[in-house]
Design a protein around this ligand. Structure first.
Ligand code: SAH
Ligand code: SF4
Ligand code: F3S
Length: 471
């Protein structure tokens, strides 16, 4: 069983394990003529986990199902960041109760961050007994043996560890994106922002060795991938647990030296986003001028209560410096609305910051109480109506500045990396600019995974429209 108190501790030494995947004999080719369906929620780190889970399923012989209704194996790869994401999963689990009545052999599993929460696991074991297994975030490599125990011994299996995990290299993976790939550079988080469940569900910071990351990226280049996103909860901290040489600036430079066409990274905590990082971006054409720098609140008081370690003036200075050094940069952020006892004055500070930075995009969320975190014990006097009103007001600003920023691109020529049709079967295709702006244009399937030029002829707050140009 998971245990959040245990998960808080940071005491074990990390090991890098290269041959983690062991297949019990009964499972070799077991999935032949069977199908799987994995539904992933949450952050890019969880997307990578979902890709590994799919990779393991295919390794066992399963084929991907179009949807979950008729799949033999269904895995919900969950996120615990807010209550809404959890409710969604419980809703779907309710549906599965019905589905399993007519498909009694369907195997249903839960993976991802919800699997690390004891209250969730208890609820599943008592109220959702049609779930066959729960697989923790440190345990993905055990999927074949978990399936064995479920299928051959008819057991309900909980395979979750609450100690800091290891680094598992070389798990199989399925990348359904045609043009891009996510690459983990580090796992876990030691920051313990007071509202956040991640340090408990993902364990302590463990960085991958720089050589393993570079080898993976070279492999992706050989497969034709044009863009990589380096993924971690705070990539600035990359290598804090390794040698001095292995730090984020060196990593970025070495990835840029592979000559992959485009590099992004997420997430960077602005607190330790240094001038050296700005310099390395400036120096390398292939590092995209798009920065996601989550601030959470414009009020220093609230930041302190969040344990976010940042003087708000330093954030203003950092933004000024970035805009001066990288003039074509696009910046986005995350904001939590209605942290416990956020006053009107605090909220005004947030609006002031938003009006100053004029973000390209903001991911805003109403604060959600996460059991087991320090903020969950704070008394909160702010009403839901106030929080909703604040979120509405913020959303209006987000739209206003997104549109304003997008207007800068009208009549310019932009390079985009084409992902595919904007909608299934449509001849309108979509791709991303270097600043991570969506562009829709009339295209065809030969454009997929190509870097092409488009002239922007229309903009809205969400996206740009363009026409292909031969240049
Ligand atoms: N490691 C990243 C954030 C990962 S979580 C960072 O520190 O920037 C992604 C976002 O979810 C956070 O930036 C925050 O805005 C939001 N979030 C996290 N916990 C939350 C909670 N309890 N309620 C509402 N939003 C939350
Ligand atoms: Fe959560 Fe803070 Fe870690 Fe980000 S840095 S994952 S918000 S604890
Ligand atoms: Fe969600 Fe876990 Fe990622 S809580 S945001 S899936 S680390």
């Amino acid at each position: 069983m998971p245990n959040l108190n245990e998960a808080r501790k940071r005491k074990n030494k990390t090991q890098v394990i290269y041959d983690a995947l062991q297949i019990p004999v009964e499972m070799i080719h077991y999935g032949k003529n069977k199908t799987y369906f994995v539904k992933t929620y949450g952050c890019q780190g969880n997307v990578i986990d979902g890709q590994n889970i799919e990779g393991i399923c295919e390794y066992l012989g399963y084929k991907k199902a179009e949807n979950y209704i008729n799949a033999d194996l269904v895995i919900l790869n969950t996120c615990a960041i807010r209550e809404t994401s959890e409710n969604h999963v419980f809703g779907l689990l309710g549906e599965f109760k019905e589905i399993k009545r007519s498909h009694p052999n369907m195997v249903i599993g839960i993976s991802g961050c919800m699997a690390q929460e004891e209250n969730v696991v208890n609820k599943i074991l008592t109220k959702y007994q049609h779930v066959d297994f729960i697989l923790g975030t440190h345990n993905i490599q055990n999927l074949p043996s978990v399936l064995r125990d479920v299928i051959f011994d008819n057991n309900i299996v909980v395979n979750v560890s609450s100690y800091e995990g290891n680094v598992y290299e070389g798990l199989p993976s399925v990348n359904s994106f045609k043009a891009k790939a996510f690459v983990n550079v580090m796992y876990g988080c030691d920051k313990f922002c007071t509202y956040c469940i991640v340090p408990y569900t993902r364990g302590k910071v463990r960085s991958r060795k720089i050589d393993d990351i570079l080898a993976e990226i070279k492999d992706l280049i050989n497969q034709g991938i044009q863009e990589v996103t380096l993924v971690g909860q705070n990539v600035n901290n990359y290598g804090q647990d390794l040698s001095e040489e292995e730090n984020f600036v060196n990593l970025l430079q070495k990835v840029a030296d592979t000559k992959i066409k485009r590099i992004r990274f997420t997430t960077s905590n602005p607190w330790n986003f240094t001038k050296e990082i700005v310099d390395v971006i400036k120096k390398n054409e292939n590092i995209m001028p798009y920065l996601h720098l989550p601030i959470q609140s414009g009020s220093e008081e609230i930041l302190k209560k969040m344990n976010r370690y940042m003087k708000i003036q330093s954030y203003y200075d950092l933004i000024d410096y970035i805009k001066q050094e990288i003039p074509n940069v696009a910046i986005s952020t995350d904001i939590i609305v209605g942290f416990p006892n956020e006053t009107d004055a605090d909220w005004k500070e947030t609006l002031k910051l938003v009006n100053y930075v004029k973000y390209d995009n903001i991911y805003c969320f109403i604060y959600s109480k996460r059991e087991g975190t320090p903020a969950a014990k704070m008394v909160d006097e702010i009403t839901t109506d106030t929080k909703k009103q604040r979120l509405d007001d913020l959303n209006k600003l987000v739209k206003k500045y997104a549109k304003q920023n997008n207007e800068k691109y009208l009549n310019t020529i932009q390079e985009i990396l084409v992902e595919g049709p904007a909608k299934k079967g449509s001849n309108i295709y979509m791709g991303y600019t270097k600043q991570w702006k969506v562009v829709n244009f009339k295209g065809n399937k030969d454009d997929i995974n190509k870097l092409i030029k488009v002239k922007i002829n229309k903009v809205s707050q969400f996206s740009l429209n363009g026409i292909k140009v031969d240049e």
